[in-house]
Design a protein around this ligand. Sequence first.
Ligand SMILES: [Zn+2]
Length: 299
Amino acid sequence: MSSAHIANTPFDDPGADFILRTSDGVDFRVFRAVLSLASPVFKDMLSLPQPTLPSTPETPVVTISENSAVLEPLLLFFYPAVPPTIESLEDVRIMLLTATKYDFEAAIQEVSTQLVSPRFLETNPIGVYCVACHCGLEAEAKAAALQALNIPSLGRPVVEVDELALINIPTYHRLLRYHFKCGEVAAGVSNKDNWSLVGMAVCRLPFCDCADVIDDEGVPSRLLPIFDVLPNIADELRRRPSPATAAQSVHLKDAVEKLRGCNTCSREIENGTTLRELVDGIGSLVRDEVEKVPLEFKD
Ligand SMILES: [Zn+2]
């Protein structure tokens, strides 16, 4: 066997009883007990006789097809060290596939958690969706699809996503369909016949005598400006079915401004309370609706 470099600490321990040699010729000195606990695949492998090095005839060596850049962070998950932070979605993908190959269950869990961390999810939800589908991770695919609801009219080719090469057209189409269906249910929230919305609006407007002014149809007059803009808000939610959409609605802001005719309500508007309450209320109703929409997932 040719000579190889010794891996970084803690994989340079001369007291280790097993060597994993990577494809780029780095020897990781590890302990059988740790590997056996971490991976049923390695447990089986270790039960078979393995070759040794002339320099250390008592330490068996197994050559694996992965390189040291992949193996080192994976092994670190089993050592008493700070778990490594994975830098790119491509590294996440490779580590997930490698961890799956060796049945490193704890590493699969840790890398999956990093896949849906804000640093990936908030900057590239479509990329996260692609990697999750590619690696058969349903919960992570759903988290990414949910985050992608923040992208208006998903499907327009406005951003380049390298990870799309990992999935096929039906898998991408399922993401678009999910966004579309969420758009329909979110738009349905912003409707004056939706009693959840009307009840929410009544509760979240300021407690004030002006609420007693009722129109011919029995609707509190101060709700009318809000009713007027509901179709506009529905359009906004159809394009971007996210709980955050109401916060950016100029229509809702304008409608709240119309309550200024009442001095008491006007003070609430001045300090932003009314708008914030309505935004939170609509956001919560939208969240409840989109959470009921299933993401079709095929492993
Ligand atoms: Zn009032």
